[in-house]
Write a protein that binds this ligand. Sequence first.
Ligand SMILES: *Cc1c(COP(=O)(O)O)cnc(C)c1O
Length: 399
Amino acid sequence: MCVTTFSQTMITLSRFTYEISPVFIIMEEIVLKKMFEIVGWKENEGDGIFSPGGTISNLYSILVARYKYFPIVKTKGMAALPPIVLFTSEHSHYSFEKASAALGIGTENVIAVKGDERGKMIPSDLEAKILKAKAEGFVPFYVSATAGTTVYGAFDPIEDIADICEKHNLWMHVDAAWGGGLLLSKKHCFKLNGIKRANSVTWNPHKMMGVPLQCSAVLTREKGLLQACNQMQATYLFQRDKHYNTAYDTGDKTIQCGRHVDIFKLWLMWKAKGTSGFEHQINGCLELALYIYKTLKTKENFQLVFPEEPEHTNVCFWYIPPSLRGILKDYEWKAKLHKVAPMIKAHMMEEGAVMVGYQPLGDKPNFFRMVFSNPATTKSDADFLLEEIEKLGENIQFM
Ligand SMILES: *Cc1c(COP(=O)(O)O)cnc(C)c1O
C-alpha cells in the first residue's frame, strides 16, 4: 500500500515550483549539470529542462533560437519578423516540420539539406542552401545536425556544420535524441565530436539509455534563455516575495504549467548503474548491431541498404525471397521487392513471435530497419529475427 502511494506520488506530482516538489527540482538540476558536463560545456554554461519527448525538445530548441535572434516575436508574433528559414538534413526527424508548423514558421521554411549515401548531412550542400536562401530574401537562423538519424543511425559531421554556423552566425542545434547515449561510451563518443559547440542539444534518455518513456532533455548552452523566452510569471505560482531562491521555480522555463516528473527514474537508474553501467549496456547494443551486420553480409538472401558498418545500432536490410533471386533487377523487380517487407511483417504480426519495422526511403523500396536499444537482447535473438524472416519469406510468390 505504502509503496503504491509512494510511487503514485512520484509519477503524479506536478513541478511548477520548488515548494511543490523540492527533491525533484534538485534531482533535475543535478542530472542536467551532469549532462552539460558530458556534452562538454564550460562551468558557466548550460541550462535545460526535461520535456515530454524529443519532438518537444526539438520544438524548444527552435523556439529559443528564434527568441534569441528575434526577441520581439514573444509579444508581437511572427508578423513582426522577416521570412525566417531553418535547415536540417533530409534524414532528420519529422519533428522539425511539426514544430515549424506549430510555431507559425511553416513547413516549407524547413530546408532539407542533402545527405550522402550513408545518410550524413553534406556540409557543402548546407552552405549552398544557406547562400541560396539569403539570395532569395530569406533569413536563415537555425541549423539542426542529427547525431544518430532515426532510420540509418547516421551521425552528421558536427564540426563542419559548426564551422558553417559560426561563419553565418546561425544557431546550431544537435538532435541527439537517438545518439546522445553514445556520449556515455568512451569507445563511441567520438561520433559526436563537436557537440560542445552546439547552442542546444536534444537528448532522449528514453531511447538509447533504456529509461522508460517519457524522459527527454533539451539543453541550451546559454543560461537564462529558456526562462526569458517562456516565462509568463503567473502571480499565483511564481511570486517574487517567497522566502527561498525563486530560481528554483523552474516551471516557468517551460511552455507547460503542471509538469510530469520524468527525472526520478533517470536519476535512480544513474545512481544504480553508474555511467559505466550505461556505457556497458550501450556498448553491448552496438556490438549486437555489428553482429547482425556481419551475419547479414555472409547471407546471400539478404542485402544491406548501405555497405558500411553501422555507426549506431540501426541496421537496414532487404530480404530477397527465392522468387526474386538471380533475375534482372529492373523496375518490376524493385516493385516486387517493395512488397516483400510488408508481407513478412503481416505474417509476423499473425504469428506473434517477433516484429521489426520496415519502410521505404527516397527511391529505395521497403526495407527492414532493425535497431537495438534493449540491453536484454542477445545474439540468439538477432539470429532468431533473421531465421523468422527467412521462414516467413521463403515462399513469397508474385502474381
Ligand atoms: C525519436 C527521435 C525524435 C523524437 O523523439 P520522441 O521522444 O519520440 O518525441 C527526434 N529526433 C530523433 C533523431 C529521433 O530518433
